[in-house]
Design a protein around this ligand. Structure first.
Ligand code: DC
Length: 230
């Protein structure tokens, strides 16, 4: 690893549940960088919508959401217990709640609202001002930081991603079936790739990392090897 690595921006985009956040968090830890999970920001807005009856029968009431936008304060705060940057929503740590399947099932239409994206992207720009940041998401290398010094596009087979997510949620005690997780993975891929606003795309200069048959340590080594060449 370059001992004198300058402060850079590392953008990690890709499909849902392919291990982006885990790799991004660990890379940030090793480089002493800040890690920002941009998906957590979209999830927090979705949680707000679910709690405030802005989503009804799976449909987002866009007009109502727009009237609430100023009242939605999403930010990260260091958790001294585990040194993670936890996501907060209006004064409440929602790091655990945003991972519930109910939030995953409603986040795509919320993330497709242009005004939500403008709000969150401007917050992300502020977070990247000083560089020294690893941010993961769907549009980080294409829209948020098109000039990022390193861009990685992560993917993995849908069935393998669904199995990993199923293992994660059941380990936390959530009662879910593999079939509904698989359906959610496929639906989110479709929605994220075909939406009008900042669809999920590989940036032309991003390097592809397929994690289907790689464990976490191998993924990490692969990324650190790229970083060492900067
Ligand atoms: O990475 P994740 O699965 O926690 O992201 C949750 C959702 O948020 C995902 O379905 C798409 C959306 N998202 C987005 O549109 N843009 C981002 N930069 C990050 C996430």
């Amino acid at each position: 690893m370059a001992a004198n690595l300058p402060n850079i921006i590392i953008a990690i985009d890709g499909h849902s549940s392919c291990g982006k956040s885990t790799v991004a968090r660990e890379i940030a830890r090793r480089l002493n960088y800040i890690f920002i999970d941009s998906g957590a920001m979209y999830r927090a807005v979705t949680l707000y919508c679910l709690r405030n009856a802005i989503i009804f029968n799976g449909i987002v009431d866009k007009q109502k959401l727009l009237t609430h936008l100023d009242a939605i304060k999403v930010y990260f705060q260091l958790n001294p217990q585990n040194q993670h940057n936890d996501i907060w929503l209006n004064g409440e740590n929602v790091e655990d709640e945003i991972r519930l399947l109910e939030v995953s099932q409603h986040v795509s239409p919320v993330a497709a609202v242009a005004e939500v994206r403008h709000l969150l992207v401007s917050l992300q720009h502020e977070m990247g001002l000083a560089k020294g940041i690893v941010m993961d998401g769907r549009d980080i290398g294409t829209v948020v930081f098109p000039n990022a010094e390193l861009k990685i596009f992560m993917t993995a087979r849908a069935d393998i991603r669904a199995q990993r997510r199923y293992d994660e949620l059941t380990a936390k005690g959530e009662k879910v079936s593999y079939e509904e997780i698989m359906a959610n993975v496929i639906e989110r891929d479709r929605y994220d790739e075909t939406r009008e606003q900042s669809p999920l795309r590989k940036a032309p200069d991003a390097v592809v990392l397929d994690t289907s048959f790689m464990n976490r340590e191998e993924q990490l080594e692969w990324v650190l090897n790229l970083v060492s060449k900067i």
